[in-house]
Design a protein. Sequence first.
Length: 129
Amino acid sequence: MNDSRELLDSPLFKALADLSFDSVMVTEPTDDQGGHTVVFVNQGFTDMTGYAAEEVLGQTPGILQGPKTDKALTDRLAEDLRQGRTFHGSTVNYRKDGSPFDIEWKVTPVMRDGRVTHYLAVQRDITGR
């Protein structure tokens, strides 16, 4: 694919994301400091968080964080991504209605021509596990 938008709009990607039992989020880097914004979420994300895609597109994933979110873990997430490593961890996130839930997730940088074009995150609610 020549362009990231083309990939996100491709029938194969959409089918994969829609069939996933888990939440799928794609972000794009916005600066050299590790900032990134949401460019795609699947129905699993909406089911898990209560946020419609339109509400989170253009936002940062931090919209899901709150007082019980483990800051040390989110710092490790940022460092892993800066180093080009896949992150795996769990913490507390928050739904649109403010209710907390336990989340396990993996985030990996997607590279093209030696630079990060996107971050792909797969997340699941592990509350009560």
